[in-house]
Design a protein around this ligand. Structure first.
Ligand SMILES: Cc1ncc(COP(=O)(O)O)c(C=O)c1O
Length: 452
């Protein structure tokens, strides 16, 4: 369609593309040419096994013709309509999303362009509904890179832009057992008591901040890039109860954990919790087109029955993105992809456990569905991370490079390695990736321990 010799893609990109999350002089992107299933290929025909679903988003796998065809047909029929209009695909997509929400309780849907602006709009809805302004979020979290979503983000990506972000956010600690501040001296505390300690912490902060000032608690249902932190039993139910007690809106950020990633459509279903608002993106279209959504309970929508919701986006409900979403949901249902992810949960857990047992550098493994992580440590007793907070180390850089050189694309973040493959992955394909990771960890073990 458009011509450019393969060997000029990288140089032309380096000349004109401004890359995000990067120091421009350091970028060295893979020039990707095509992708199918759980693999993608660069312009030199090198094949990579995608253990990160690109950006934890290609949930149904690459190159699904059914989604591509739906987008093509929508583009030919009507590529765009104004936000104040409606379309067949807008009606169908909003119903399809509402029907997926827990107990079908979140009946109204606002479409955005991605995850950050979904969270921005969720915050506005909660503030408008409650008349309050504070947003509680957790330290180990990421909610997006726009000013409001970044203010809610707890991790260092927020700190980089302070103080020029949205005001009114307050952060709390995460129920993160492996590095729990409260439980250094009693690490074997039963799960329910552990959860209760963090709920007590949350309630204490609510008291200090003044419940009458708090509009919403915004939480990733299962924490993504900050460490696949799976809430302990009772925690999500307890957050729900505190929200009810104090009239606070519960917003579940399911941008990464939604659409089958944890073996359920939404991760909150594991704890049978119904949030007031769910934000989603990524797996909503499996990244075939950009789209986010805010699903809300009817009473939140009704707060704006007479009052204008002062917000909007030129590309809200973009028909081509909505066609991708509806087709993506059909594919997930027709192919039983959520059920497959749930079945593969055990396989991933076993492979992670085996890897953890055979490498000294693995401190802990965690997973739920096809959402997994290895925490690498320099010492299993002290749990000293293989790279410091918000930094890297030669061991981590070496591991990432080994994997990439051997055709395994994954996300190594600080001292952790995330396993977030497309949900269609088979046991053999998972093993293919784990075999490479096993070899990479042999080198990590040697580098970290052999000279001690
Ligand atoms: C949990 C979570 N929320 C929000 C976002 C932001 O989504 P986007 O990059 O589409 O704005 C992300 C992106 O990684 C995310 O993981």
């Amino acid at each position: 369609m458009f011509e450019l010799p393969d060997d000029e893609i990288l140089s032309l990109s380096k000349e004109h593309v401004f890359f995000t999350w990067s120091a421009q002089s350091k970028v060295n992107p893979i020039a990707v040419q095509r992708a199918k299933g759980v693999y993608f290929w660069d312009v030199d025909e090198k094949r990579y096994l995608d253990f990160n679903s690109m950006t934890m988003c290609v949930n149904i796998g690459h190159g699904d013709e059914r989604v591509i065809k739906a987008m093509q047909e929508q583009a030919a029929e009507l590529p765009y309509a104004a936000p104040g209009m409606t379309t067949k695909i807008r009606a169908l997509a909003s119903k399809a999303v509402a029907d997926l929400t827990p107990h079908q309780a979140l009946t109204k849907v606002l479409f955005t362009l991605g995850g950050a602006d979904a969270n921005e709009n969720a915050i506005k809805l909660a503030r408008g509904y409650t008349g309050r302004y504070k947003i509680l979020a957790r330290y180990r979290s990421y909610h997006g890179a726009t000013a409001g979503a970044m203010a809610a983000t707890g991790d260092p990506r927020r700190v980089a832009w302070e103080p020029n972000l949205m005001t009114g956010t307050v952060h709390i600690l995460d129920p993160y057992r492996y590095r729990s501040t409260f439980h250094r001296t009693n690490p074997d505390i039963p799960e329910k008591e552990f959860a209760q300690d963090y709920l007590n912490h949350l309630e204490e902060i609510i008291q200090y901040e003044g419940p009458e000032t708090i509009a919403a608690i915004l939480m990733e249902s299962v924490t993504g890039t900050n460490g696949i932190i799976i809430p302990p039993e009772g925690y999500m139910q307890g957050v729900r109860a505190l929200c009810d007690k104090y009239g606070i809106i519960m917003i579940a950020d399911e941008v990464m954990s939604g659409f089958g990633r944890t073996g359920k459509w939404f991760a909150v279903e594991h704890w049978d919790v119904v949030p007031d608002i769910i934000t989603m993106a990524k797996g909503l279209t499996s990244a075939y087109a950009p789209l986010g959504a805010v699903a809300m309970k009817p009473e939140i929508a009704s707060a704006f029955d007479e009052r204008v919701f002062e917000s909007g986006l030129t590309y809200t409900s973009h028909p081509v993105s909505l066609a991708a979403a509806v087709a993506n949901i059909h594919v997930m249902k027709d192919d039983g992809i959520v059920e497959h992810a749930a079945a593969m949960s055990r396989v991933l857990k076993r492979m992670l456990t085996d890897l953890g047992e055979s490498h000294r550098s693995v401190g802990e493994v965690r997973s739920i569905g096809l959402f997994g992580i290895l925490e690498l440590v320099k010492d299993r007793n002290t749990r000293e991370p293989m790279a410091p907070w918000n930094s890297s180390s030669p061991e981590m850089t070496g591991l990432r490079k080994y994997c990439l050189d051997h055709g395994l694309f994954l996300y190594a973040h600080w001292h952790t390695v995330l396993i977030v493959p497309p949900l269609i992955i088979t046991e053999n394909q998972l093993k293919e990736g784990f075999d490479i990771l096993d070899k990479a960890l042999e080198i990590t073990d040697k580098a970290a321990f052999d000279d001690r």
